[in-house]
Design a protein around this ligand. Sequence first.
Ligand code: ARG
Length: 466
Amino acid sequence: MKLWGGRFTKPTNQLVEEYTASIPFDKKLAHYDIQGSLAHVKMLKKCSIIPAQDAERIEEGLQKVAASIENGEAELQQEHEDIHMNVEKLLIDEIGPVGGKLHTGRSRNDQVALDMRLYLRDTCTDLIQLLTDVQTSLCKQAEGNLDTILPGYTHLQRAQPVLFSQHMLAYVFMFQRDVERLQDSFKRINKLPLGAGALAGTTFPINREYVAEELSFFGICENSLDAVSDRDFVVEFLADASLIAMHLSRMSEELVQWSSAEFDFIELDDAFCTGSSMMPQKKNPDVPELVRGKTGRVYGHLHGMLTMLKGLPLAYNKDMQEDKEGMFDTAETLRGALALFASMVETMHVKKDTMYQAVRADYSNATDLADYLTGKGMTFRQSHETVGSIVLHCIHHDKYLLDMTLEEFHTFSDLIDEKIFEVLKPETIVNARSSAGGTARKSVQEQLTKADAFLHDNQIWIRNHS
Ligand code: ARG
């Protein structure tokens, strides 16, 4: 007999049962469902909606159900459709008909919204911790490479030299925006929908604020219709996740490029690479490749969720059961990627010498020659053109600016003196960019200090929200 069987005269068609059941995936919510039920029953007792001794039996029963689900003993049945009705059924099997009092003043519609919010709350906290771990690894690489110079690129053409630390820190700041977005979304996730009933509230004298406090919510969802219809918080989470995935993917792309013989800037640790079944020499950067590849499914879940919601009238519609699998998959995908990234970044070998050779063998010091001439009185436009001709001359003679003699420079401009050889060195160029946020060692150290401070704040936030 189904929990809602009273109104029916026929059993459910087998295919319908299979098609409409969510238990195969929403069993992941079991822990949160029971956490919510425990708070609900406590409130029913406190408000004298059910007798205290019944409430206590339900509480004990729920603890037993939780344990039996946890250790795999409990049998979750498709016949009971979803996690909410399976838990209720297990409870009634455990303590008898009194278990039927648990659902007083509540609907699965506010219950499922609650479970989703409880799940996402934990997920946000976990992801913030994992992002902070990745940032910590990036900062370690930045600290260890304050004298490592590599070409900086625009259009994937060598542009100006930068410190490797500057490059690592770019990702640290990027991931910090991700942390802040999750913290901001958390404010809207962390509101209590329970007490909305199916859509209109309830006739029982419930106390929603009490439940909110029991479950550490910031407050309650103010409108019952909105409370059960709202999945904005899932969309927001998926949007935050999509940005994280995009950031991880961009970094993955760089790690893949840098691991190639063409760049040869880094070597990922053997433990983070895989081989080829045919080509014995291969060491493939599968992890960043797969992280890059998995971005598609995260974006897909965001799009799927927005599309699922777009035509829905208020309030709950069964369509909304489709909110779960994409959310779970997104959380698992990011958890996996971030955990791997933290150790992969920390253990990667940075090839300082190859990076330096690359900087030495390019024209990324051309801007500094132009700036130098401008400092000597040329207009910038004039010096730009003069340096353009010098570069062209070098290309034709198969050399770089630092291979020029002073006499050769003088055929282009008399303003150039022997100091130019110092000016054009990669170290001089990098350290000359000491503007706030620039790539000079001093500016990079300032960034590291800022990063240290917000990484510390992230940990405090996690402690206050777990
Ligand atoms: N399994 C359902 C879901 O995940 C729970 C809510 C069902 N509510 C209902 N009125 N059928 O959306």
